[in-house]
Design a protein around this ligand. Structure first.
Ligand code: 5RP
Length: 224
């Protein structure tokens, strides 16, 4: 008998459901952004009476949470979160990630910073040996974009403005191709120093402590 392989959407739904076990009863949960997180929010709706509410990383997730009757708190209203749940564009063997494909990287890093644990939910296509095949998103202040593009060129990367996009914070995003990211923490630290960089989509300082990876064989738990 031939077995059909799960689709990427099915794997996203699988890890989204598995992430419910990471939510702490009676507490707030930090919620990321993206198509995998959309599935998580839909699953969270089923246990909404068990959580105090959510802190959201985007207007998109806020609208979806509220649509399900889940109370959304501002980041400034709270001091700490037990867990933050979000997807990734790439994740390496140390839990470092590229994020920002959905343009929410700045608020994602802010909410992740409030959380004791970052649980990444992703299908297996996101698991890589070395970060950088996915273009690195960088949110920038518009007047600094040309200088930042030159800095990336000096590093061997080609940065282009994402057309027609401003983030929830009103800034453009550069997507940087051609980087081979051997030391994510060092690169994040370096890019963070450049004037005009709002947020680099490297999550090394805020790496995942757990990844629930959706595979054809089920959910794999990668603990970092
Ligand atoms: C949004 C993100 C997302 O987590 C990332 O793009 C993955 O999205 P998806 O779950 O749709 O594959 O960083 O800014």
């Amino acid at each position: 008998m031939t077995q059909t392989q799960p689709t990427q959407d099915e794997l996203k739904a699988l890890v989204a459901a598995a992430a419910l076990a990471e939510v702490v009863t009676g507490e707030l949960v930090g919620v990321g952004t993206g198509s995998t997180v959309d599935r998580f929010i839909d699953a969270l709706a089923g246990i909404r009476h068990k959580v105090a509410g959510a802190v959201s990383s985007s207007e998109r997730s806020t609208a979806r949470l509220r649509g399900h009757g889940i109370r959304v708190f501002e980041a400034n209203e709270i001091t700490a979160l037990p867990v933050y749940i979000d997807g990734a564009d790439e994740i390496d063997g140390g839990g470092c990630m590229i994020k920002g494909g959905g343009a929410a990287l700045t608020r994602e890093k802010i909410v992740a910073d409030l959380a004791a644990r970052f649980v990444c939910i992703a299908d297996e296509s996101k698991r890589v040996q070395t970060l950088g095949a996915y273009p690195l998103p960088v949110e920038v202040v518009a007047m600094a974009s040309a200088q930042i593009i030159r800095r990336f060129a000096a590093m061997g990367g080609t940065a282009t403005l994402r057309p027609g996009l401003l983030t929830d914070n009103g800034h453009p995003i550069l997507d940087v191709r051609g980087l081979s990211i051997q030391d994510p923490l060092a690169m994040e630290t370096e890019i963070n120093q450049w004037p005009g960089v709002v947020t680099v989509g490297l999550f090394a300082r805020h790496r995942a402590s757990l990844c629930l990876l959706g595979t054809a064989r089920g959910v794999q738990r990668l603990v970092f």
